[in-house]
Design a protein around this ligand. Structure first.
Ligand code: AMP
Ligand code: MG
Length: 269
């Protein structure tokens, strides 16, 4: 059965219809069921990652997108921590360098795609090229409009080569963003994350939501689905992401390779 937060291919997404405060059947982060489910899903992710690596035939690409303070870093800290660094890497995509800008927008992305047996986590991604680039008008409309098709073809290429792509939009409300940005301002251990530029982006909230709605609607495909994650509650966001990752890896069904036929005769002296 499709996951309730998955955007069905072809579905037109209206973010106003998704409640960022949603937290399902769970009351709070102290609910014992929350702790137990998160632990069980993270354990499953760790075990399946080991099998994926041993098998060496498939790869997983995890994409995290969301507004400033939506919880991309927090999701990496609390959920991706279950991944063994041996076969996992995390890449953050910032403003492109002049060398990156001199190439097509997927050039800097493709080189970080996971090798067979590996998992890659993208903190922002090629979706910035139809989100921030569109809202700020950094390229012509004709150029960014063509990119949805390029993205779908690129992700299909990855899928055809054994890479599962799973994409999370961490959905927070504008009010929740204000609370989190204020917290950043007030907390000396969080001030380093505060960027005055973020306030200008915040003023264009509706334009960002419209850009996200198009990316979610046009680029959720059978081979690379989008999930809209209710993210006002950090604990519920972690629970949902861990649940979807465990489910995705189970569906990929990696297998330990069969032992070599002559192993029975090996003697270790
Ligand atoms: P942060 O995620 O807080 O480290 O910030 C990274 C910044 O880089 C964000 O403001 C992004 O919008 C920006 N960024 C990422 N990719 C692109 C891109 N392709 N074009 C323009 N800005 C980008
Ligand atoms: Mg930032």
């Amino acid at each position: 059965m499709a996951h309730p937060f998955m955007v069905a291919p072809g579905q037109r997404v209206s973010l106003a219809k998704y409640d960022p405060d949603f937290h399902g059947e769970y009351a709070s982060k102290d609910d014992l069921a929350v702790v137990e489910k998160l632990q069980a899903d993270l354990r499953a992710v760790t075990e399946l990652q080991e099998k994926l690596y041993a098998e060496g035939k498939q790869a997983l690409l995890i994409i995290l997108q969301g507004m400033d303070a939506a919880g991309k870093d927090g999701t990496i800290k609390h959920v991706m921590a279950a991944l063994n660094p041996l076969s996992c890497h995390v890449v953050g995509f910032k403003q492109p360098t002049s060398e990156e800008l001199a190439h097509d927008f997927l050039w800097r992305i493709h080189q970080h795609a996971p090798a067979k047996g590996h998992i890659a986590v993208f903190n922002r991604s090629h979706y910035e090229d139809v989100i921030v680039v569109r809202v700020k008008g950094l390229v012509s409309e004709k150029l960014w409009r063509g990119r949805y098709e390029h993205i779908n073809a690129f992700e299909k290429l990855l899928a055809d080569n054994g890479t599962r792509v799973v994409k999370f939009f961490l959905h927070i409300s504008r009010d929740e963003q204000r609370r989190r940005l204020q917290e950043r301002l007030a907390d000396p251990t969080k001030q380093w994350k505060f960027n005055p530029e973020d306030l200008r982006e915040r003023e264009r909230w509706d334009e960002y939501m419209a850009a996200y709605e198009d990316a979610l609607s046009l680029c959720s495909t059978p081979w690379a689905p989008w999930y809209v994650v209710p993210a006002n509650h950090k604990w519920y966001r972690n629970l949902v992401v861990a649940d979807i990752l465990a489910q995705t890896l189970r569906d990929m069904n990696p297998q330990y390779p069969p032992p070599r036929p002559d192993l029975g005769r090996v003697q270790i002296k």
